[in-house]
Ligand binder design. Structure first.
Ligand SMILES: Nc1ncnc2c1ncn2[C@@H]1O[C@H](COP(=O)(O)OP(=O)(O)OP(=O)(O)O)[C@@H](O)[C@H]1O
Ligand SMILES: C[C@H](N)[C@H](N)CCCCCC(=O)O
Ligand SMILES: [Mg+2]
Length: 213
């Protein structure tokens, strides 16, 4: 199996938009294992809308929880406990883009963090990060948390306006690749996103995506 896990330095920073564009660019499949919050469009629905992929490339969530909160809390609110055994990577012949929820240290239960699942899954991790003030600390902390678990960080995908020095110093201190920068699009349409993604990231930036032992 090949693909990538997409996490971010925070919730609401653009993981779904980036994941949809990546899944489309790879002609892959998209999976949101745990959806917390069902008001309005879910991440899987957004990915279906923005990726240009057929419906069968958007794989069903393992957990769909109503409360827009940390997954551990959203599950408890429904009397559910998220079972890591229910979170095995779905079989697909296509490159799989897996989107977490919030950042890497978001709890799935009171004993399991998303980053622990990332380590189990073994796919390379792409960290989405803002470019605005505050991102250096947030991004380096997330990189540290991933690396100390032996997780391979494929690189950082920046989202927002250019901030050359912050992007550079993050790559230097974090010893990670700058994969590129997706700007905020005034009109977020599938076509505009695909164009912006192709301009922001080199095609070969995502060539590897092998599970690492
Ligand atoms: N590059 C972009 N251009 C324009 N709008 C964007 C872009 N990236 C994200 N957005 C918008 O910002 C909001 C948050 O983005 P998104 O849902 O992708 O965040 P997220 O990190 O996936 O959040 P969550 O942690 O809830 O999954 C959405 O309204 C989305 O449409
Ligand atoms: C509800 C939100 N849209 C995401 N699905 C879940 C974000 C969890 C964040 C937990 C935290 O870091 O406080
Ligand atoms: Mg999302």
């Amino acid at each position: 199996m090949t693909g990538f896990i997409v996490t971010g330095t925070d919730t609401g920073i653009g993981k779904t938009v980036f994941s949809a564009a990546l899944a489309g660019a790879l002609d892959g499949a998209y999976w949101k294992p745990v959806q917390a919050g069902l008001e309005g469009e879910t991440d899987a629905q957004a990915a279906r809308r923005l990726s240009g992929l057929a419906a069968d490339r958007i794989l069903p969530e393992a957990y769909r929880l109503a409360l827009p909160a940390s997954p551990h809390r959203a599950a408890e609110a429904e009397g559910v406990t998220i079972d890591p055994d229910a979170l095995a990577l779905p079989a697909t012949p296509h490159p799989l883009v897996v989107e977490g929820a919030g950042g890497p240290l978001v709890p799935l239960t009171r004993r399991l963090l998303f980053a622990d699942m990332f380590a189990t899954w073994g796919l390379p991790v792409i960290l989405c990060a803002r470019t605005s003030l505050g991102t250096i600390n947030h991004t380096l902390l997330a990189i540290e948390a991933l690396k100390r678990r032996g997780i391979f960080v494929h690189g950082v995908a920046f989202i927002g306006a250019a901030n050359e020095d912050s992007e550079h110093i993050i790559a230097e201190f974090g010893a990670v690749r700058r994969l590129g920068r997706l700007p905020h699009l005034a009109a977020l349409t599938p076509a505009a996103l695909a164009t912006a993604f192709a301009e922001a990231f080199r095609r070969d930036a995502f060539a590897s995506g092998e599970i690492r032992p």
